[in-house]
Design a protein around this ligand. Structure first.
Ligand code: HEC
Ligand code: HEC
Ligand code: HEC
Length: 367
């Protein structure tokens, strides 16, 4: 399957290579074959279950993108090869990146009870429940038998794959996938052949590696859910009406009336920090405001629609009749994006940790 994908990718690159370079977008870095391939891989891998716009609605830092892709694999069942992973990660970091990294606590999922403890995060925790004691035992075996090739944190070295993103590992539950792999005979640094590892050693290894995967997801600012209600509501109110300029668009007696009664604090935080991705009660995709775009062609023909994807090279939209249109950007084409979430995207860059907690504490009091 991954071979078929590789072949498909290759033939598309060859096709696009001959098809595209004639028209280069104005004032953009020239489109390289790698860029075309990366875009193609992104579309192939990330639009199977939702439109590209769902994936790229917000800029994220590289580590946030890494955790996002891992969570698509662990919690959503996306099948992604290590090569595709790297390509998509580079692509998203380059075209949808964000410099400032720190939004600790910005996350949590609607409808995920108990998503609070230090070990909880999107998805993976309820797929493989890590037993910390077993993980500790696993770490000892790991350090002796695996670390020299797969790296101390399981992130891979030139001698062994990154296990945090390994499709095989992400399928593994309690040793179900690494067991057969190791029993077949896998390189080890000690004289003992890997086939001699016992079942319980393998289960412990699985716990340890899953602990590393979970830590990666938790380390992602987008998913950290601890310390949600530690802010000062009065300071939050002052920020809301003052520095935060929230009152330009929202009102505690208008659209946000009773807000604190509608959502749990962790959901308030998610919805406030990433409103365009908020799902769950009362926030269906259908009623959420859409990012739209107006494309004016060199001959002044105008196309309006709901934005599907936009990068240096292409713009795709769904027009008023629901038809999907994908255009290669050219010099002389004018693209104006109308983003109702622009204020929130901009907020990501200036929102401090303290202000965020204060605002959540304030919104929580709106009952
Ligand atoms: C197997 C299906 C599937 C694939 C493949 C998939 N996703 Fe998702 N994705 C989902 C589901 C389900 C949701 C949650 C429902 C929603 O928000 O639309 C989601 C939501 C998202 C979100 C918004 C929520 C969040 O976690 O911030 C982002 C961003 C995202 N996906 C990015 C990606 C990227 C990048 C890829 C490609 C590497 C990808 N997705 C591939 C199923 C998938
Ligand atoms: C001498 C180096 C070396 C050691 C030691 C080693 N590995 Fe590997 N491992 C590799 C290499 C190289 C690959 C990728 C090629 C392959 O699949 O054989 C790999 C692949 C894997 C994969 C599959 C990754 C994927 O998605 O394809 C897993 C899981 C894995 N190793 C786990 C382990 C565990 C657990 C240990 C310790 C018991 C271990 N390895 C020890 C070199 C090593
Ligand atoms: C320029 C206008 C604008 C500004 C300024 C703004 N927002 Fe928003 N906000 C929006 C839009 C548009 C939405 C999406 C509304 C929707 O989903 O129905 C939104 C969504 C939200 C939501 C989620 C509502 C829901 O449906 O759950 C919260 C909470 C929120 N904003 C709080 C804030 C706070 C706090 C500030 C100030 C720090 C702020 N906003 C600044 C426009 C703005």
């Amino acid at each position: 399957m991954s071979r078929n994908h590789a072949l498909l990718g290759l033939s598309l690159v060859v096709f696009l290579r001959t098809a595209v370079p004639a028209q280069q977008p104005a004032a953009q870095a020239p489109e390289t074959a790698d860029d075309i391939k990366a875009h193609d891989t992104f579309v192939r891998v990330c639009t199977k279950c939702h439109p590209a716009e769902r994936a790229t609605a917000e800029g994220r830092s590289r580590s946030q993108w890494e955790a996002t892709i891992i969570s698509m694999q662990t919690a959503r069942g996306a099948v992604i090869t290590p090569e595709e992973f790297d390509t998509v990660l580079d692509y998203l970091s380059k075209h949808f990146g964000r410099q400032s990294v720190v939004i600790p606590g910005a996350g949590g999922r609607a409808g995920q009870p108990g998503a609070r403890g230090p070990r909880s995060h999107v998805g993976a925790a309820d797929r493989h429940r890590v037993d910390d004691v077993a993980a500790e035992r696993g770490q000892i075996t790991y350090a002796a038998e695996c670390a020299s090739c797969h790296g101390p944190g399981a992130r891979g070295t030139s001698k062994g794959a990154n296990l945090i993103r390994s499709p095989l590992m992400l399928r593994d539950r309690y040793g179900s996938a690494i067991g057969p792999l190791l029993k077949r005979g896998h390189p080890t640094p000690t004289a003992a052949p890997s086939g001699s590892l016992t079942d319980s050693q393998i289960t412990d290894l699985s716990h340890y590696i899953w602990q590393r995967i979970n830590d990666t997801l938790q380390g992602s600012p987008a998913y950290e859910v601890r310390d949600v209600l530690t802010g000062d509501p009065n300071a939050g109110q002052a920020y809301f009406n003052g520095e935060g300029r929230c009152s330009r668009c929202h009102s505690p007696s208008g659209d946000l009336a009773g807000y604190g009664a509608r959502y749990r604090p962790v959901d308030i935080q998610q919805r406030f920090v990433f409103p365009s991705t908020a799902t769950g009660r009362g926030g269906s995709a259908a009623t959420r405001p859409k990012v739209t775009v107006t494309v004016t062609m060199p001959d002044n023909a105008r196309i309006d629609g709901v934005l599907v994807s936009l990068d240096d090279f292409h713009v795709a939209l769904r027009d008023g009749s629901g038809e999907y249109r994908s255009l290669t950007r050219t010099a002389g084409m004018k693209i104006v994006k109308h983003d109702p979430y622009a204020a929130h995207v901009e907020l990501l860059d200036r929102l401090t940790d303290t202000a965020m907690h204060d605002v959540v504490a304030y919104l929580e009091t709106l009952k």
